[in-house]
Write a protein that binds this ligand. Structure first.
Ligand code: PMP
Ligand code: GLN
Length: 384
């Protein structure tokens, strides 16, 4: 059959590639980001309860009222924003669907979208499917700082959207209040829509505060913010998330959402609404993951890997330049197949070919698995 691929340059995602390689070689899988421990039994009991009690038909298109209301309350308390649960929040099938829907709702053929690279892998293809053009701004190791003046130079009359992610996958960097103020000014000046990926809002370390677009009223008026229950409740396999946006943007978002998934599974929405009753379910996450980060860093402190600062997410970058000159993908493959620990090459998050000799490690793992993996890290002393 004759057809032209809409994504001719896209292969299988790096997460699938590395997890498959890890399984094939029975390697410890620190590549794809997911916990190797289960979600809370209380949450599973609630899911079971609502499954058994009749929540098995379509949920309302935008989401179950109980969950929308709980989220509006949580947002008000955490970020001081007054959000209308009926018109400004939509429950989605994971953050991925929220991102796809947001991009599809606003990006037309020829529109330019500024992305900050390294960038999570689903933004680019979603933009391209809409005929949009990806305009990458490159952050570089070791500190992955954004020079906003340089970034602003990439904006043209065709730029429609700016996408950013804080806390940031894969670097673990975070944006500060001043960054958000600059984004607000840039977005206003160039009349941009802002897509803010905040799936790691509750995984932020060393006493830092998450800077959500929801804290900045003027910025929020042109923003869509995206969240994932998968990260917050150790349940990545449920693919549950949500999007928050002012009514005039959410109206457009829902025009696409209703024909994309229509609504998201009903009983899990009810269960999450009930589980959110106790705010400790998400407020304790920072210290829970900070301990894991610190445990792993302590264990590899004498290895030849040099850790880069991780201020948030459940990812830690490590520089292997003291071990090898190899390309990141080759090195990640070697770690998986020859040493038995799978990691992700950071180059997979850039559109240009780069080799900064850095790989990403997921530390959402039990201490025993992290200790086992650290032993392997300590053994790797190859030279070029
Ligand atoms: N954005 C970022 C930055 C992510 O890391 C992920 C997944 N880990 C997602 C979006 C997608 O989240 P979900 O699994 O809820 O679709
Ligand atoms: N977001 C996860 C990561 O960054 C993986 C998600 C996926 O496999 N699509 O590793």
């Amino acid at each position: 059959m004759n057809f032209q691929s809409k994504l001719p340059n896209v292969g299988t995602t790096i997460f699938t590639v590395m997890s498959s390689l890890a399984n094939e070689h029975q390697a410890i899988n620190l590549s794809q980001g997911f916990p190797n421990f289960d979600c809370a039994p209380e949450l599973k009991n609630l899911v079971n309860k609502y499954l058994q009690n009749g929540f098995n038909q379509y949920a309302p298109m935008a989401g179950a009222n109980a969950l929308l209301e709980k989220l509006a309350g949580k947002i008000e308390k955490l970020y001081g924003a007054s959000i209308n649960p009926k018109t400004e929040i939509t429950i989605t099938a994971g953050a991925t669907q929220a991102l796809f829907t947001a991009i599809t709702a606003f990006i037309k053929s020829g529109d330019e979208v500024v992305l900050i690279e390294p960038a999570y892998d689903c933004y680019g293809p979603s933009i391209e499917l809409c005929g949009g053009v990806v305009v990458p701004y490159e952050m570089k190791a070791p500190d992955f700082k954004i020079d906003w003046e340089e970034l602003e130079k990439l904006i043209t009359s065709k730029t429609r959207m700016l996408i950013f992610n804080t806390p940031h996958n894969p670097t673990g960097s975070i944006l500060l209040e001043d960054d958000l103020k600059i984004i607000e000014r840039i977005a206003e000046k160039h009349d941009l829509i802002v897509l803010s990926d905040e799936v790691y809002e509750h995984l932020i370390f060393d006493g830092e505060q998450h800077q959500s677009v929801l804290r900045f009223p003027k910025l929020f008026q042109r923003s869509l913010a995206v969240y994932s229950f998968g990260k917050t409740f150790h349940a990545t396999g449920w693919k549950m998330g949500y999007c928050v946006a002012p009514e005039h943007l959410m109206r457009e978002f829902r025009r696409v959402h209703q024909f994309n998934v229509f609504s998201v599974n009903s009983f899990v929405q009810q269960a999450i609404a009930a589980y959110l009753e106790d705010e400790n379910t998400y407020l304790n996450l920072n210290s829970f993951y900070q301990e894991k980060r610190d445990f792993f860093l302590e264990k590899i402190k004498d290895s030849k890997f040099r850790p880069l600062k991780s201020s948030g997410t459940y990812f830690q970058l490590v520089d292997y330049s003291a071990i090898s000159d190899e390309d990141e993908f080759e090195f990640a493959k070697k770690m998986t197949t020859e040493f038995g620990v799978a990691v992700i090459p950071v180059s997979a998050f850039y559109s240009k070919k780069v080799n900064q000799k850095i790989v990403r490690v997921c530390f959402a793992k039990t201490e025993s698995l992290l200790a086992e993996a650290a032993e392997v890290f300590n053994r790797i002393t190859l030279t070029p």
